[in-house]
Design a protein around this ligand. Structure first.
Ligand SMILES: [Zn+2]
Length: 360
């Protein structure tokens, strides 16, 4: 035991990160992240999907189909591939010997978020019911420390983040689902976002479209400047379940635009510039071929994920190749370690931090 503890230094001696932002894209497959639009699936959107550019018949084909995988993924996620992957690190490209996955065995949302945010794949977490998490998240653990108290916040499209983060007991703001933001003084922007949340037609009963939580989180960042922020985006998963490959791609691309907007905002603010780490990942993967719309215990491929890191303590190793596997259960300890805190020592059941992204 002693040897393993000595061998796993969880907190680097020096770190520049003072703030961490975790953005999760619900059910976003590693396949599209690393390979771009799928040739078989995009063919289904129109009769001339892969032909000459002028013959492509739908907007999604024009926007996301290119001749090579490298061009296709760049077209889909330009910020991820031009900034995150060149200045940070991204894991999960199985074509290059990098594996990222969930260990919860269920491959759906609440267990995935819970594993990621608590570091534990707890068998008591086995449904998507909006019930309090049996375990505290690393966000709650940090908020209980004086240095972070009152400087933690979570925004999410999905109402079930109320349960995942235990909003009634966690002590920090959880703004999820169709909840209006009332925790801070209203501004014209916040009033408009709250009105749109209330008035926009509800395609999904427990989740508004991503622009609402995204722009709400942006207003909160400008006003409160939290040190630890979560943003959960849901459109990718919802459109996939609905079987719309075009809207799934559009949602992924929109998330990429949001990542750029968020990163640019943070780098324009003295509280964040040069001392903020961004982590981006999904909560599970999806099936292959015709099963792309779904995920879960009976779809083994949906355990496969990916994860990206960008910040002052993460060496610019880019797209990782031939590297050991990483798991979603390691994210909680990684968030803490980037901030100089040893979560794994406090919660030994949690996964260990991803050492590859700690310390340049
Ligand atoms: Zn999900």
């Amino acid at each position: 035991m002693l040897f393993s503890l000595v061998g796993v230094a969880q907190v680097p001696a020096a770190h520049k990160t003072e703030n961490v932002v975790v953005v999760m894209m619900d059910g976003m497959r590693w396949e599209e992240i690393f390979r771009g639009a799928d040739p078989e699936l995009i063919k289904t959107l129109g009769p001339e999907a892969l032909g000459d550019a002028k013959e492509r018949t739908t907007d999604a084909q024009h926007l996301y189909w290119r001749d090579t995988q490298a061009e296709r993924r760049q077209a889909l996620m330009p910020f991820l591939w031009s900034v995150v992957a060149s200045q940070g690190q991204i894991f999960g490209n199985r074509d290059l010997g990098s594996d990222s996955h969930v260990i919860n065995g269920l491959n759906f949302s609440y267990p995935g978020y819970s594993e990621t945010l608590t570091g534990i794949a707890d068998p008591r977490v086995h449904s998507n019911d909006n019930v309090p998490n049996p375990n505290a998240t690393v966000f709650e653990w940090l908020n209980n420390k004086p240095a972070f108290s009152g400087k933690v916040a979570a925004f999410g499209a999905w109402a079930v983040f109320q349960g995942i983060f235990r909003e009634k007991q966690c002590g920090f703001l959880v703004n999820a689902g169709y909840d209006p933001l009332t925790a801070i003084p209203a501004t014209p922007q916040i009033e408009l976002l709250n009105d749109l949340k209330a008035e926009t037609p509800r395609i999904w009963s427990d989740e508004p479209f991503d622009p609402l939580p995204f722009h709400t989180a942006i207003e909160y960042v400008k006003a409160v400047k939290p040190r630890v922020l979560f943003l959960g985006l849901g459109d990718t998963d919802d459109w996939a379940h609905d079987g719309s490959y075009a809207e799934y791609l559009n949602a992924a691309h929109r998330d990429d635009v949001y990542l750029r907007q968020l990163w640019d905002l943070l780098q324009s603010m003295p509280e964040y510039q040069g001392k903020t780490t961004l982590i981006v990942l999904p909560d599970h993967g999806r099936g292959l071929g015709a099963e792309w719309t779904s995920h879960g215990e009976k779809i083994p491929a949906s355990r496969e994920t990916w994860m990206a890191f960008l910040g002052p303590d993460t060496a610019a190793k880019g797209e990782r190749k031939q590297v050991g596997p990483v798991t979603e259960s390691q994210i909680a300890a990684t968030v803490a370690a980037l901030l100089g805190e040893d979560y794994h020592a406090a919660v030994p059941k949690a996964g260990t931090a991803v050492k590859e992204v700690l310390g340049k």
